[in-house]
Ligand binder design. Structure first.
Ligand SMILES: *Cc1c(COP(=O)(O)O)cnc(C)c1O
Length: 404
């Protein structure tokens, strides 16, 4: 029911507000929210065709919904992929992808600094079903190459990583995957399509947690996989239909509207984050700042190339502290001295969020896994929002200045 076919060649900013509109007969300007679990069929014959998945038309909410379709089409347009499919959460999207692509005996290569739940899903849960995952360095391509096996089906990367913002070379990993007959999936949560389009650099699939920047205001959980129709429609569609990690229409609607402001939010939050990171670098109680937008970042040049010249909006830093206990005490002091920013574990919100990764987002990893990922007890992650940057600095300065 798309009354206006959009002309080709529109800018991403335009697609963000115009792509994927399923306008009803009422002609609403803001996208409709179809809050319904089922769809009435005009007749038995049509119903039979639709349920056999050959006809256009909606049948049941676990399979598809017009609001979810709008979100999927808009996100695909922004990522530059043929198609996208929604999921209940970012982890639901990764689960859907793995269920669709992998079977017992298959092998996966994954960076060892990806999101903690992703490591557990691949290593622990899929390990139970005979899928083996090798975890390798985020940045050392030779480790990825050495890990390849004849059974390798998937390379999984996340860039920049959470919370240390390590950046991997998407093009190099795509070449490696394709030469080995494998696929490359990139978790694009930290940059969003506003900054980084992994398929332009050769990635096959793009993963999103819509919970983060796509919603952008910390309201709902959502996820998506973007990629070619042959995988989205023919492989992942059946997984969602049978396994049920379906994106709710309400959440799809919230995230759909979030996409309209994604570009301007990302620009403003990146600018805040850069100013904040530059300031942190000058504080004597901060021993190291992790932010791709800083010249001191080990992959600064690569990040600027891959991420539209932007560092993203997540800044992590180590506070001083001689041993892990002292470092944790200091980190907790800085966090507990804030009065404006939120102590939480989400990111991608307009509200700045401060996190102690070692005891929260990465708290379920073993100490060995945390060490391997380089996440110390003095590490603090700040997901910079839209408050005035001077207020964010002042909020952190209170704790930093009163450290012993
Ligand atoms: C949050 C996050 C996820 C998981 O998304 P949920 O919506 O919380 O399930 C996956 N990858 C990255 C990089 C994330 O930050």
């Amino acid at each position: 029911m798309n009354p206006k076919n959009l002309p080709p060649g529109l800018h991403r900013d335009t697609l963000a507000v115009r792509a994927g509109i399923e306008r009803s007969q009422h002609g609403e300007n803001s996208e409709a929210l179809y809050l319904t679990s089922g769809f009435v069929q005009p007749d038995a014959e049509t119903a039979a065709r639709r349920f056999a998945a050959v006809g256009d038309g909606y049948t049941y909410g676990r399979t598809s919904n017009p609001t979810v379709t709008s979100f999927e089409q808009r996100l695909a347009a922004m990522e530059g992929t043929e198609a996208a499919i929604g999921a209940s959460t970012g982890m639901g999207a990764i689960l859907m992808m793995c269920m669709g692509l992998l079977k017992a005996g298959d092998h996966v290569i994954c960076s060892r600094s990806v999101f903690g739940s992703t490591m557990n899903l691949l290593g622990r849960e899929f390990g139970k079903f005979g899928v083996e995952t090798t975890f390798v360095s985020q940045t050392d391509i030779s480790e990825w190459r050495a890990a390849l096996r004849p059974t390798t089906k998937l390379l999984f990367a996340e860039t920049p990583t959470n919370p240390l913002t390590d950046v991997c070379d998407i093009q190099a990993l795509a070449d490696l995957a394709h030469n080995a007959g494998a696929l490359l999936a990139v978790d694009n949560c930290f940059c969003s399509p506003a900054l980084q389009r992994p398929v332009e650099m050769g990635a096959d699939l793009v993963i999103h947690s819509g919970t983060k920047y796509l919603d952008g205001q910390g309201r709902v959980m959502a996820g998506a996989v973007c990629g070619p129709s042959r995988l989205i429609v023919d492989v992942f569609g059946p997984v969602v239909r049978t396994a049920g990690m379906t994106l709710s229409p309400f959440n799809a609607w919230v995230v759909l509207k979030g996409l309209e402001t994604l570009g301007i939010r990302m620009q403003a939050q990146c600018a805040n984050a850069l100013a904040f990171a530059q300031w942190l670098q000058t504080h004597p109680k901060v021993s190291r700042v992790y932010y791709p937008g800083l010249a001191s970042h080990p992959q600064h040049a690569l990040a600027m190339r891959q991420q539209s010249g932007q560092g993203g909006a997540v800044v992590s830093f180590d506070v001083v502290g001689g041993d892990p206990v002292a470092a944790r005490t200091n980190a907790f002091h800085v966090i507990d001295s804030t009065q404006v920013v939120s102590i939480a574990t989400n990111l991608g919100d307009t509200k700045t969020i401060i996190t102690h990764p070692a005891t929260t987002s990465h708290g379920r990893l073993t100490e060995d896994q945390r060490q391997a990922a380089g996440i110390g007890q003095g590490l603090i992650r700040v997901a910079v929002g839209l408050e005035h940057v001077d207020d964010i600095k002042a909020d952190l300065l209170r704790g930093l200045d009163s450290l012993r």
